[in-house]
Design a binder for this molecule. Structure first.
Ligand SMILES: *Cc1c(COP(=O)(O)O)cnc(C)c1O
Length: 430
């Protein structure tokens, strides 16, 4: 399979048709548990002496196909799917870190991730230093003795900054710590962070991978490139009390991390993906390439059009010539820059709210990556809980409107926005 192109792997990777009853579509294995042949067989499975299914919180044949497919598409050695993108992030960090550990993270992050790192994990003794991600040296400078991971988004949400993954991976490597990249907005079609040095890739499958807003899901993909025996990760080199004395690095070698995510992380935190959702996500993944190309094309066209509207004060899209991230976009996202566009309007906070209220094709909701166009005003919604300072560092200015450009005809989207713009103008003149 590894020689096949992206579109082909998205349709076939991981699905052994004959081993699955000749099914052309991936079947839904809606079973909570699996019958053991006998007690010895069960004992072997629990001891990892032979592969097999035990309980759907740990593994499931439908999820397994999705996991193999996602690992293939991102160039990883294995993957674990989770109940949501948030579950993927939390399970990854809780698998790797313990109280006293430290994270260096990009300040330009999804609001939920920002809260996890800045508020919730500190309650468990895990702290984060957020850095301006535009210079890889900032990551290098923020690393402390107890730093154990670097966390970034390849394309920041909602700032839409393109990160220099290669430069940041070099900084992480110099300190012998892994680089984790949330690749949700770009998707593995537009950029494969592992090719640029990432050790772990995370996706919210809820967004472009599922693609039509019907199922939550997440994924953790292991590049298999990190040396867990370098002295900084005793959990991998000392007998695990959580798995009858297993020494991960000895037994599971380069797959130590992803194995620990499954056999301890899924077991203890319970973030399993429903096989029904895995099935839905597989339907979406089949057409990811076609969709993300069109989302990118429409978003660029709409961004250019927005630049010419007199109600619009600024437009941010990494593919625009005016974008400060254009050079990085050319390097990391040459096939397209995904479907999100942000812009500001005259009249600031109130006008932005009016536009979010008055568009009709663009649905006002807190999601992205849907086939249908979406709109939100982050300062009054998704990023409302953040302090003024945090809103600033995450790039969520008061006048910012975020569009998730869907697959409707671009003329209809323009007309919808134009109508909403006419209403703020009327308001301003009244
Ligand atoms: C949505 C999102 C998440 C969280 O994913 P859920 O599936 O909603 O839990 C994480 N990172 C990014 C970049 C996202 O856009």
């Amino acid at each position: 399979m590894s020689t096949h192109k992206f579109a082909t792997q998205a349709l076939h990777a991981g699905h052994d048709v004959q081993a699955n009853g000749g099914t052309r579509a991936v079947p839904i294995y809606q079973s909570t548990a699996y019958v053991f042949k006998d007690s010895d067989h069960a004992a072997n499975l629990f001891a990892l002496a032979e592969p097999g299914n035990i309980y759907t919180r740990i593994n499931n044949p439908t999820n397994d196909i999705l996991e193999q497919r996602l690992a293939a598409l991102d160039g990883g050695i294995a993957a674990v799917v989770t109940a949501s993108g948030t579950a993927a992030i939390a399970t990854t960090l809780l698998t790797l870190l313990r109280a006293g550990d430290h994270i260096v993270a990009s300040s330009s992050l999804y609001g939920g991730t920002y809260n996890l790192l800045s508020v919730t994990l500190p309650r468990h003794g895990i702290t984060t230093t957020f850095v301006d991600p535009s210079d890889p040296e900032n990551f290098d400078k923020a690393v402390q003795e107890n730093t154990r991971v670097v966390f970034i988004e390849s394309l920041g949400n909602p700032k839409l900054d393109v990160l220099d993954i290669k430069g940041i991976s070099k900084a992480a490597k110099a300190h012998k710590i892994p680089l984790i990249v949330d690749n949700t907005i770009a998707t593995s079609y537009l950029v494969k962070p592992i090719e640029h040095g990432a050790n772990i890739v995370i996706h919210s499958l809820t967004k472009y991978v599922n693609g039509n807003g019907t199922a939550l899901g997440g994924a953790i993909i292991d590049a298999g490139t990190f040396d867990w025996t370098n002295g900084k990760f005793p959990e991998f080199t000392e007998p695990s009390a959580g798995y009858h004395g297993l020494v991960y690095a000895d037994v599971l070698k380069e797959a130590s991390f992803i194995a620990k995510v499954r056999i301890e992380g899924l077991r203890d935190y319970g973030s399993a993906l429903s096989p029904f959702n895995a099935f839905q996500i597989i339907q979406g993944l089949e057409t990811l390439e076609l969709r993300i190309k069109q989302h990118s094309k429409s978003a660029l066209a709409l961004a250019k059009w927005l630049q010419d509207q007199k109600e619009v004060t600024w437009v941010n899209y990494p593919g625009l010539d005016s974008s400060p991230y254009k050079a990085l976009a050319d390097k990391y996202l040459p096939e397209g820059q995904s479907g999100l566009v942000t812009f500001g309007v005259i009249g600031g906070y109130e006008s932005a709210k009016t536009i979010a209220d008055k568009t009709q094709l663009f649905s006002l909701l807190a999601n992205i990556g849907d086939t249908k166009s979406l709109i939100i005003h982050p300062a009054s919604t998704t990023h409302q809980q953040l302090s003024d300072e945090a809103q600033k560092t995450t790039g969520t200015t008061k006048d910012l409107i975020r569009l998730s450009v869907g697959l409707e005809h671009i003329d209809d989207l323009k007309a919808d926005l134009k109508h909403a713009f006419s209403l703020i103008k009327a308001k301003a003149e009244a």
